[in-house]
Design a protein around this ligand. Structure first.
Ligand code: MG
Length: 390
């Protein structure tokens, strides 16, 4: 009698469904982690990105606001090259270049970043072309220039003095003209959204030259342009290694160019991703993260209860790691589940077919990815048998 009661109690623990079990069914169906990828395809265990608030017309919530129309934001964020207060002035809520005062430099140093700025070519410069019309520039890390210039040019046949193409607005100065000229006429506000990745160095040599992408008034004008050198005039100066973070600058080229709404977001280098990337993953880092994930998932499994949740759970663990402890638990759980399934009447099996199919899919993902062999677990044949029944 006592043995019967114990057996019944054990059977009560064996169930098809639970919230976690349902997720387990759907959680293991993409290709499994490999030497370069710590996460499966469509991996629910992969961390979700942080939510960023994007109120219309305002900087995103994770931006560092460098100028918001106030003197306070200038005092906090801008200086000259020596760290002294900048002589650029705040006028009518705008940050205006004071000609002859030199570069405006961010007090904080930044490396890879997304940078937003709004600028305007003064109307007084509307007739000027060449280097004379509202010249300034955004200078990421003080090394590379995205040109600012009055460059609106709707009539290619007009006889006007133009600057060289690699020096008009939105050019990577002295390197690459914009893909199209998205300039607005003088007197109209314009926007730059710049995505900048600095060069990557290894043992003193360029591993990757870095890229700059620019949207000018919302139009893509620099498409991940690979940097070829430092910002220069007339000559080519190759890339030179520099600190990982440096001040960003706005150029004083002698014109009173006004700016507004300046913000920056620090962004990771793709080369920092050492756990999930064909290009930059380090296999030891991938292995370590896979083991960490496997251990966290294994801690949620009761190896004594061979139910849907625990069987799906151990299959998921195996996709990250095949430590002997996990393989042993998998054999035990699958054998117990197999035995239990075979005790069930056809109506109960039919009613729970989706769970049977789900676990079978999990097995098939592991087999497809050569994590396990097709015949390593007799449970799979049982699942396949019941799955084919109507
Ligand atoms: Mg310039």
């Amino acid at each position: 009698m006592k043995n019967t009661l114990l057996a019944s109690a054990a059977l009560l623990c064996v169930v098809f469904s639970s919230a976690a079990g349902e997720r387990g069914i759907f959680g293991l169906y993409g290709d499994t982690p490999d030497a370069k990828h710590a996460w499966a395809v469509h991996d629910f265990n992969r961390p979700y990105p942080k939510q960023v608030e994007t109120p219309p017309g305002k900087p995103p919530s994770d931006a560092i606001v460098l100028f918001d129309g106030t003197q306070k934001s200038v005092d906090e964020n801008w200086c000259d090259r020596k760290g002294n207060p900048t002589k650029w002035r705040v006028k009518d809520g705008l940050f205006v270049c004071t000609p002859g005062s030199g570069l405006a430099c961010t007090r904080r140093a930044f490396g890879d970043a997304q940078f937003h700025v709004e600028w305007l070519s003064p109307v007084a410069d509307a007739k000027k072309h060449g280097q004379l019309g509202g010249n300034s520039g955004v200078i990421p890390m003080g090394r590379y220039e995205i040109q600012i210039l009055n460059s609106y040019d709707p009539d290619p046949s007009a006889d006007v003095e133009r600057n060289y193409p690699d020096g008009i607005a939105a050019s990577v100065y002295a390197q690459n003209p914009p893909l199209v000229n998205a300039s607005r006429p003088a007197g109209m506000w314009q926007t730059y959204d710049i995505i900048f990745h600095q060069p990557i160095w290894k043992d003193g040599k360029v591993l990757h030259p870095g890229t700059v992408t620019v949207l000018h008034n919302g139009v893509l004008v620099q498409d991940a342009w690979e940097l070829e050198g430092m910002a220069t005039h007339r000559v080519r100066i190759p890339l030179r290694q520099h600190a990982a973070k440096l001040p960003w600058m706005l150029q004083d080229h002698g014109d009173p160019v006004p700016f507004r709404n300046i913000w920056i977001r620090e962004i990771p280098s793709r080369w920092d991703n050492t756990t999930h990337s064909e290009m930059s993953a380090k296999e030891e880092d991938v292995r370590a993260l896979r083991e960490q994930t496997a251990a966290a998932l294994f801690a949620k499994i009761d190896v004594k209860v061979p139910d849907t949740k625990n069987v799906n759970g151990i299959l998921e663990v195996l996709s990250y790691s095949k430590k002997p402890e996990y393989l042993k638990a998998a054999q035990s759980l699958c054998a117990g589940y197999d035995a239990w399934l075979k005790t069930l009447p056809p109506d109960k099996l039919a009613a729970n077919k989706r769970y049977i199919d789900g676990t079978l899919k999990g097995f098939n993902v592991l087999i497809r990815n050569k994590v396990i062999g097709a015949n390593d677990y007799p449970l799979r044949a049982t699942l396949e048998h019941f799955s084919k029944q109507k």
